[in-house]
Write a protein that binds this ligand. Structure first.
Ligand SMILES: O=C(O)CCC(=O)C(=O)O
Length: 273
């Protein structure tokens, strides 16, 4: 993080990082997302199913190691969690050098990955606004003598250009520091102060989970596909919806193909499956 990025992240609660991925990474990630999307849509109603703590019922694909929920109908989102298990194309996002250099500046102490989701958003779908203001300790933005001290943060990677019309990720800048809960409801398109963050393929957005955020309505025919990876202090368990506060769902086969540094982003020292 350069001094401007650090200042802006502290001031606004997010930064847009241009050209985070190479053209080759964008191409292979986009291909892997499409293949997984097709499979997940086919399997979504098949057993086994898991009811998440927060309510939704997910298809658990035990063979490829992911959880999927939602549909490709107009107005809907398809969510695929724990996608790292499903395809080696995603390995480039585990211990991604520029990402880790950035995260190390805002999360203190050993870091672990706590969230991995593909969001596929169809025409007329929006992501309801959430967070901002005083918040659960897991998502808190903090600052101390050592600098920025975030709990959960997320990096969103883009494999397509996304304009506001196409359902950008959107934020109310500065709301990671507000002292009152937001009085507004969950429709991002109508919320005062909400701005869309337009991006190009290969860009990434880093934000603190404390920031008020969501996704504008996708008014276009482009299906919006994004990869979301969450980071935080090493004590934090999974923040995926299907496996909330459980150990990270990472298959032994996946860990086998990772190097030691990549493994350390998922597994606590001494932890055995
Ligand atoms: O990208 C979106 O549409 C919303 C994403 C979001 O809410 C999140 O990553 O927490």
């Amino acid at each position: 993080m350069n001094p401007i990025e650090k200042y802006e992240f502290d001031r606004q609660g997010f930064i847009v990082i241009e050209n985070m991925l190479t053209a080759q990474e964008v191409a292979s990630l986009a291909t892997a997302i499409d293949a997984l999307k097709a499979e997940a849509l086919e399997q979504i109603d098949s057993p086994p199913q898991k009811k998440a703590l927060w309510g939704p019922v997910y298809h658990h694909n035990t063979e490829r190691g992911y959880f999927a929920f939602g549909s490709n109908r107009q107005g809907e989102t398809l969510m695929i969690e724990d996608f790292f298990n499903a395809d080696t194309a995603f390995d480039c996002l585990v211990n991604h050098p520029r990402t880790m250099e950035t995260i190390a500046e805002i999360v203190q102490g050993p870091i672990r990955i706590n969230n991995s989701e593909i969001r596929i958003r169809y025409n007329e779908n929006l992501s309801g606004t959430h967070m901002g203001g005083p918040i659960d300790h897991k998502y808190r933005y903090g600052f101390n003598g050592k600098g920025i001290d975030c709990m959960m943060v997320r990096m969103i990677y883009f494999v397509q250009d996304v304009t506001n019309e196409q359902g950008t990720f959107c934020v109310v800048p500065g709301t990671h520091k507000t002292n009152y809960p937001s009085p507004y409801q969950g429709r991002p398109d109508d919320e005062p102060g909400m701005i869309g963050l337009e991006v190009k393929a290969g860009d990434a957005i880093l934000f603190t989970e404390n920031l008020r955020h969501g996704g504008f309505t996708n008014h276009s025919s482009q299906v919006r596909k994004t990869l979301h990876v969450g980071y935080g202090p090493s004590w934090m368990m999974s923040q995926n919806i299907a496996t909330m506060d459980e150990p990270q769902y990472i298959l032994p086969e996946t860990l086998t193909r990772y190097d030691a540094k990549q493994r350390s982003l998922f597994v606590l020292p001494g932890w055995k499956r």
